[in-house]
Design a binder for this molecule. Structure first.
Ligand SMILES: NC(=O)c1ccc[n+]([C@@H]2O[C@H](COP(=O)([O-])OP(=O)(O)OC[C@H]3O[C@@H](n4cnc5c(N)ncnc54)[C@H](OP(=O)(O)O)[C@@H]3O)[C@@H](O)[C@H]2O)c1
Length: 262
């Protein structure tokens, strides 16, 4: 049976514009490609100039439209310049996926202050700066919008104490999501978060014994019996960016194969 107009209308993004931060690789890359496949014109980002050019080419080769810009979310000047350039390139911003993030490990008693600061400057302050700059543009343009913050399952169910600083940063993202949803509801700007569980972004060294041991230990804790893929997260992002979720705001959507309910 062919896809119905009803379904296409619910999930299609034709004529929409989107920014995906941290889209040079991993989850952000696939979210950007799938948003473009759904019809959105996309702005990509990487810290290094040219770092997301290959993804822009992939999207163009698939018949989509994408522009790659550089962005360092820890630098306010960079965030402001990035959002200004993205807005100029897109005409208006309908969708922001706040995906850029880092997750280095550290033990409570030996982790440096820099460890904590770098994670929080990137995952919390950086996400806030992008949200603030884009929400201001959305409000000024008066067309509403969708903001999707990429949090983590670790924000509600810690998987390993070596992620304590990371888990705390993502818990802050969840609360910021709720507050922003409330602050911008009158502007028809919906703000939601996705909480991915363990996602295989294809970069694990299968010859690294310690890494494989940890990989298998995590796998045993996923009720659905597999790691997630970036496409699992992209599917949730399309839902939260599309008309299908037009009455949803301030929510955290866990995409983790059941990890948190085991
Ligand atoms: N992978 C998982 O299992 C998992 C699980 C739960 C949540 N998450 C979350 O999902 C998001 C993406 O994770 P991933 O595994 O796809 O990560 P990744 O492959 O390491 O990619 C991270 C992306 O963020 C960008 N980035 C990092 N620091 C930045 C900064 N200071 N300023 C601007 N951009 C920066 C990187 O850009 P460059 O090109 O400059 O490197 C890259 O594009 C993160 O928020 C992460 O916390 C991931």
């Amino acid at each position: 049976m062919a896809t119905t107009d009803f379904v296409t209308g619910l999930f299609g993004l034709a004529g929409k514009t989107a920014i995906v931060t941290g889209s040079s690789k991993g989850i952000g890359r696939v979210i950007a490609i799938e948003l473009a496949q759904a019809g959105a014109k996309v702005v990509l980002s990487s810290r290094t100039p040219g770092g997301a050019d290959a993804v822009a080419k992939e999207i163009a080769d698939l018949g989509g439209e994408a522009v790659a810009l550089s962005l360092e979310v820890r630098d306010e000047t960079s965030v402001k310049a990035f959002v200004e350039q993205a807005h100029a390139a897109l005409g208006r911003i309908d969708i922001l996926v706040n995906n850029a993030g880092i997750y280095p490990a550290g033990e409570f008693l030996t982790a440096s202050t820099e460890h904590w600061d770098t994670i929080h400057e990137t995952n919390v302050r950086g996400l806030f700066l992008c949200l603030r700059e884009v929400a201001a543009r959305m409000r000024a343009d008066g067309q509403g919008g969708r903001i999707i913050n990429i949090s983590s399952m670790g924000s509600i169910r810690p998987a390993a104490p070596i992620r304590f600083a990371y888990d705390a940063s993502k818990a802050a993202v969840n609360r910021m999501t709720e507050d922003a949803a409330s602050a911008f509801a009158a502007d028809r700007i919906q703000v939601n978060a996705i909480l991915p569980g363990p996602i295989d972004t294809g970069r694990m060294d299968r010859n690294d014994e310690a890494a494989m041991k940890m990989h298998n230990a995590v796998l045993r804790r996923v009720p659905l019996g597999r790691y997630g893929t970036p496409h699992d997260i992209a599917a949730a992002a399309i839902f939260l960016a599309s008309p299908a979720s037009s009455f949803i705001t301030g929510q955290t959507l866990v995409v983790d194969g059941g990890f948190v309910v085991r």
